[in-house]
Design a protein around this ligand. Structure first.
Ligand SMILES: Cc1ncc(COP(=O)(O)O)c(C=O)c1O
Length: 395
């Protein structure tokens, strides 16, 4: 049986029409199929492969750690230097109060863990979340999603969740804060089409949380590690969150999530009951080695990566009567098209031109542009030309 048929028969399917590209291997900016075709990667595995594929530093780090040991014991009981050093490095690149890391296995688990932590720390159980935000697919994060298409069939989910629209201060003012443990927010709503919160809104939310003993949990799972041009997106806003959620690029191409907060808040997990969150593989030393190598490389080479300039180049080049706007910051971009274009069909046309991209969960009229940060200006010019040529086919 062909690999594609086996994929459809034996691998759980979540989409009746998966992209179904057979990946033979990947290198740098490119994915290669079994026929030797080369595709430029415009999405980095959804904001994961910031250093591109098969980066030598990452491969060396993984190989070295595999030669020493892989999994030994569940999270938090034994000491792996790779994991500890990575936590130390992450904290040293964040605000001083964010000095304790709980490594988990995915972004969803990071969200779930942080929700538990907020309940423990504040002794309250409600949450405020934003409409059209995505924090993961397990039942905690799914409860934060206010999109009936995706959530209705899974109810009952958690109750006590209040939803507001990004940048709408009045909706927040209407919420009674006494039951709220945390506000969970993305500063750039990736799946809505990379739409940014305003400075005024974010600062107001920060003040509201501080005043009411509510934790501000910022989801940096897509925005972290220079994807938006700064180490973390909260740094665009001059605020300090109480809790940061990490994932995606955190693992340098391996699966990893994390909750970062203060030692004081994190210590809620150590007592009454102990083992506040348990996870077998969290902080896996091979994954930590990969993530550390990848992100250390990005931070050391950030000047040459010129994320802001590349962002600007995309925005300057993607001008067309069928392009409404290009939203987002850094290399977390969404090219919003006019509504007559079917995005799934459009992306298939791009795939035929050897460009690999994807659509957004809450916006079916935008092209996802989140390439590895190593993309060159020549590659950006070529990709934009291909996008414009494809748009011309609709005239
Ligand atoms: C902003 C954001 N938060 C959380 C998640 C969930 O991460 P994961 O798929 O690793 O569970 C995602 C995944 O797309 C995300 O984009």
């Amino acid at each position: 049986m062909q690999i594609r048929s086996l994929f459809l028969k034996h691998l759980a399917q979540t989409n009746p029409e998966p992209i179904g590209l057979v990946i033979n291997h990947a290198e740098g900016m490119y994915l290669y199929d079994n026929n030797g075709n080369k595709y430029i990667d415009l999405i980095a595995g959804i904001s994961v492969s910031n250093v591109g594929h098969q980066h030598p530093d990452v491969l060396d780090a993984v190989k070295n750690q595999i030669d020493r040991n892989m999994h030994v014991m569940v999270y938090g009981e034994v000491i792996h230097d790779q994991t500890v050093n990575y936590a130390h490095w992450i904290c040293s690149n964040m605000s001083p109060n964010l000095n304790s890391v709980y490594f988990v296995n995915s972004g969803s688990e990071a969200t779930d863990t942080a929700m538990k932590l907020a309940k423990r720390y504040t002794k309250k159980s409600g949450f405020v979340a934003q409409n059209d935000s995505y924090h993961g697919s397990s039942q905690g994060p799914l409860s934060l999603m206010n999109d009936s298409y995706f959530t209705e069939r899974y109810k009952p989910l958690l109750n006590g969740i209040y939803y507001i629209n990004q940048n709408n201060l009045h909706e927040l003012i209407d919420i009674q804060p006494s039951r709220i443990a945390a506000v969970v927010m993305e500063l750039i709503q990736s799946e809505r089409g990379a739409l940014s919160a305003t400075l005024e809104f974010v600062r107001y939310v920060r003040e509201w949380c501080t005043k009411n003993n509510i934790l501000l949990i910022v989801d940096e799972i897509q925005t972290g590690f220079y994807r938006t041009g700064k180490p973390f997106a909260y740094m665009h806003y001059g605020i300090e969150p109480d809790v940061i959620l990490l994932g995606k690029a955190l693992g340098g191409g391996m699966p990893m999530g994390a909750v970062v907060t203060s030692e004081k808040i994190m210590s809620s997990f150590t007592h009454n009951p102990i083992l506040g969150h348990i996870t077998t593989f969290g902080g896996h030393p091979v994954v930590a080695a990969a993530g550390f190598a990848a992100n250390n490389w990005v931070f050391q080479n950030i000047k040459q990566l010129k994320v802001e300039e590349k962002s600007q180049l995309f925005k300057e080049l993607l001008v067309h009567q069928k392009v409404k706007t290009v939203e987002g910051r850094g290399l977390l971009l969404a090219c919003h098209l006019t509504t007559d274009i079917n995005i799934v069909e459009f992306n298939q046309k791009l795939l035929a031109k050897r460009i690999f991209t994807d659509w957004f969960l809450f916006n079916m009229n935008a092209i996802r542009i989140a390439p590895p940060l190593i993309i060159s200006n020549e590659e950006i010019k070529w990709v934009c030309k291909m996008i414009l040529d494809t748009l011309n086919e609709y005239d």
